[in-house]
Design a protein around this ligand. Structure first.
Ligand code: SF4
Length: 214
């Protein structure tokens, strides 16, 4: 019988073979600040929806200093098609002021500092640290990761912190940034929250929740 470590190594290898091109954030950005803003906007919104609004937003406000004197309502015309846009606008401006006052207009590089920014939780911090700096302090867990890990590892929790801690135990550290994107790609493709398409899934021979008879 395979150990948990062997199993995760095999899963990562198979997912990389299938989804290698998707092993980075699909949020469009040109600098680290834009990545943070796009990630904050992506909470409870699809990346594709975010990518539709950010070209105009970033065209008008590309840098952290552009946000310092804004009122949240000035961002509304750009982001109002996204859920929670009022709250997100407020938090983005507060985060810009925090970065300006505490970090000299440069994003911090540790998770402890990153989660001090208003509106930034562990998921956003992990995404930005991994994609902008290659810093791996944790594993970003989104709804796709919750769905896929529950099925793949027979977890029974939707608590992102617990899932992150569990994955950090047995996913090799060098894969902490990649595993998020691989599980998101798997979730978008065949292991969706509403329905699983196990017959098309590359993991159907080793997944305990597979509907494919072996
Ligand atoms: S085999 Fe089915 S349940 Fe398991 S990861 Fe693939 S799609 Fe999801």
């Amino acid at each position: 019988m395979k150990s948990a470590k062997d199993k995760i190594d095999t899963i990562i290898r198979m997912l990389k073979r299938r989804y290698r091109k998707e092993m980075k954030t699909s949020l469009d950005h040109r600098n680290r600040w834009e990545l943070l803003v796009a990630t904050m906007l992506s909470a409870q919104s699809q990346d594709a929806q975010v990518n539709r609004v950010t070209p105009k937003l970033f065209g008008r406000y590309p840098n952290v200093t552009d946000y310092l004197k804004l009122k949240p309502s000035e961002l509304y015309p750009y982001v109002r098609t996204l859920g929670l846009y009022r709250n997100k606008s407020k938090n983005i401006i507060r985060a810009a002021r925090y970065v300006h006052e505490h970090f000299h207009d440069t994003l911090p590089r540790t998770i402890g500092q990153m989660v001090q920014l208003p509106g930034v939780g562990r998921k956003t911090a992990n995404v930005v640290l991994a994609n902008a700096f290659g810093v791996l302090e944790g594993i970003a867990i989104d709804t796709h990761c919750i769905t896929t890990t529950n099925r793949l590892f027979l977890l029974h929790t939707r608590d992102a912190k617990k899932i992150e801690a569990r994955l950090m135990e047995f996913v090799p550290k060098e894969e902490w940034g990649n595993i998020t994107h691989l599980l998101i790609a798997l979730g978008r493709d065949v292991c969706t929250a509403k329905k699983k398409y196990c017959s098309r899934c590359v993991l159907n021979s080793l997944c305990p929740s597979s509907e494919v008879k072996r």
